[in-house]
Design a protein around this ligand. Structure first.
Ligand code: ZN
Length: 490
């Protein structure tokens, strides 16, 4: 009997996709020469003054709106004071008691998974969002790959001042899969509206999980552990599972847990202590005197909202209503924006939204996954897939031939029509031509015709075979069947 309940809260840091930093004009480009993208402001030199980057605010607003959050019309930047070598000013400019957005609520779709990792049953779940605020990133300490790293640490401040949106939830998750589905939801929302690349492997989306367990019915929270170094959503899910099992095992054997920060080691598939939690930090927050309060007008919000694309949930609903797709089908097609755009264009080109959905969900997605590219980079354009579907719907080629043609289209980038012509695949569907073939076959087989007419209907197959053979395999079997039935009756 499972008498334990898992409690998880999440913090996400998402890098906003600006070209320059949040308080200066330095580039946010990744991979440049260390410390190339720095200036007196992001180096924290005395007397340098921060100026808020308007684009950061716009992308922060996009992020908040994509998550259905309210935006405060006034928020305050604050200094978060702490000492660390990668923070030259001795404080980070963040937001504290008056953040960009607070007290939000986000509905996600979530499901537990079976042994093979397949979702069991999707259900909605509401997650309380404590806050979304804007802040600057710190620099990076470099401990390897440079001379004398046993004696020296190096500091790269290219990242110092890169804009972040920090999104914090209440401890509302009850399983690792809920956390997994939430992070994926947030990632997709941020990518969808262009607020962030939200790529965990590149580090422009970082995630921390606070995990604890308690006996079901217990009002108090258990000792919590903070998990870091979660470089993918899957790693996060595994790390949480590992921690939950460790907590339960420790508590059931009479042990106690320590409040600490732990890192996930993907190779060893386990968490390891990074540091035990000292006293809670006193960051001595106070309002940043060099920046005016950030005032967001409702006109500004409306302008941002108007420029945003249709959001995933709305689009899924529309796909279900407009194209008759199921929830699962529509969900898969809106799993990323490129795929949703692709689907819509293909459905239109094919004039058959149902077939377009089937082709994309099976053939296209399989080929894309095999080569690891997104729908926007597919060698088969949506319009070309649409024209392939039309060839099949018009009876010019069979569905089975269509699949081979598609594979070749994907491999070579050639148009459906070109491949069909090259391979001489086009079926003969012209009724006049088929009728004349049928007449010849009937005339050449008078005995079989007599047997058929006296009741040996199994001979239909014989006639179909003869007509197809006479057409050198090109006659459309469906049309041949229909016409033959009529003509054999006389
Ligand atoms: Zn700078």
């Amino acid at each position: 009997m499972n008498t334990w309940e898992t409690i998880i809260g999440l913090e996400i840091h998402a890098q906003l996709s600006t070209e320059s930093k949040i308080f200066c004009g330095c580039a946010t480009r990744f991979g440049d020469e260390p410390n190339a993208n720095t200036c007196p402001v992001c180096l924290g030199l005395p007397g340098a003054l921060p100026v808020l980057n308007r684009k950061t605010v716009e992308l922060g607003a996009r992020a908040a709106l994509a998550l259905g959050l309210h935006i405060n019309n006034r928020s305050i930047f604050a200094r978060k004071n702490y000492f660390y070598p990668d923070l030259p000013k001795g404080y980070q400019i963040s937001q504290y008691d008056q953040p960009f957005s607070a007290n939000g609520e986000l509905e996600i779709m979530t499901a537990e998974r079976d042994e093979a990792g397949h979702p069991i049953e999707w259900r909605p779940k509401s997650i309380r969002i404590t806050r979304l605020h804007l802040e600057e990133d710190a620099g990076k300490n470099v401990h390897e790959g440079l001379p004398d790293v046993d004696r020296y640490s190096y500091i790269d401040l290219n990242r110092a001042g890169v804009p972040l949106a920090e999104i914090v939830t209440e401890p509302d998750f009850r399983s690792s899969w809920e956390a997994y589905d939430y992070v994926n939801h947030v990632r997709r929302a941020l990518q969808w509206v262009g607020a962030s690349e939200a790529d965990m492997e590149k580090g422009n989306l970082r995630c921390e999980a606070n995990v604890s367990v308690r006996r079901v019915g217990d009002g108090k929270f258990g000792t919590k552990v903070e998990l870091k170094n979660l470089n993918s959503v899957r790693f996060m899910q595994r790390a949480i599972e590992f921690e939950v099992a460790r907590h339960i095992k420790t508590l059931e054997s009479g042990g106690t847990l320590t409040q600490e920060t732990r890192l996930w080691d993907e190779k060893a598939m386990e968490t390891r202590v990074m540091r035990s939690k000292e006293e809670a930090h006193d960051y001595r927050y106070f309002p940043e005197p060099d920046l005016a309060p950030l005032v967001i007008t409702s006109e500004f919000i409306e302008t941002v909202r108007k420029e945003m694309p249709e959001l995933p949930d709305a689009r899924r609903k529309r796909f279900m209503e407009e194209f008759g797709l199921t929830f699962a089908e529509a969900s898969q097609l809106v799993s990323d924006r490129d795929l949703a755009d692709y689907y819509e264009a293909a459905a239109k080109a094919a004039g058959n939204p149902r077939a377009a959905a089937n082709w994309i969900r099976s053939e296209l997605v399989r080929e894309l996954e095999a080569v690891g590219v997104s729908a926007s980079e597919a060698p088969v354009s949506a319009v070309e897939l649409g024209s392939l579907i039309r060839f099949i719907d018009d009876g010019k080629i069979s569905g089975k031939q269509g699949k081979d043609v598609f594979v070749e289209m994907f491999k070579t980038g050639k148009a459906a029509q070109a491949i069909i012509e090259e391979r001489g695949l086009e079926q003969l569907s012209d009724m006049g031509e088929i009728d004349s073939l049928i007449d010849d076959v009937i005339a050449a087989n008078p005995d079989q015709l007599a047997s058929y007419r006296s009741g040996k209907e199994a001979l239909l197959g014989f006639f179909v075979g003869q007509v197809i053979k006479a057409s050198k395999g090109k006659a459309n079997p469906k049309v041949v069947n229909e016409r033959l039935r009529l003509k054999l009756q006389g």
